[in-house]
Design a protein around this ligand. Structure first.
Ligand SMILES: [Fe+2]
Ligand SMILES: [Fe+2]
Length: 136
């Protein structure tokens, strides 16, 4: 089980809440991988995770845009690259060893997310917080 820690927060309530949901979906994936449920359940959770990743990225990009964040383009490119890899791993899960592929996807998403949240997401959050202070 992955535990969400306060240290993962970027101090933007909406985005922290969405990151928490991504963690919850990763935990759900763990539960399904380790259960006797049909492989179909694992496939469903992978689909839900992928959909929520896209949903979160769209929100985050709109947020950065609304604040005129100068790093928007680079940040969006990182999201796109990651989404492509997630889609590729999920495709790979369709043939071959499904559970093994699901574990690989889970590991990849977890590692990427943590690094991305702590470094790349934290950066836009600091920028937004700075803008809010100035306009307050
Ligand atoms: Fe991001
Ligand atoms: Fe994010």
């Amino acid at each position: 089980m992955l535990a969400w820690e306060d240290g993962y927060k970027i101090n933007h309530d909406d985005m922290d809440a969405q990151h928490l949901i991504l963690f919850a979906l990763l935990n759900q994936l763990d539960i399904n991988i380790n259960s006797d449920l049909a492989e179909e359940c694992v496939t469903d959770v992978m689909g839900a995770l992928e959909a929520y990743i896209d949903y979160h990225f769209a929100h985050e990009e709109a947020l950065m845009q609304s604040y005129g964040y100068p790093g928007l383009e680079g940040h969006t490119a990182l999201h796109k690259e990651f989404s492509r890899e997630v889609a590729r791993l999920r495709e790979a899960a369709k043939d071959g060893d499904m559970l093994k592929a699901a574990l690989k996807l889970r590991g990849f998403v977890l590692e990427w997310l943590l690094g991305h949240i702590l470094e790349v997401d934290a950066e836009y959050s600091r920028f937004i917080a700075g803008k809010k202070t100035k306009s307050a």
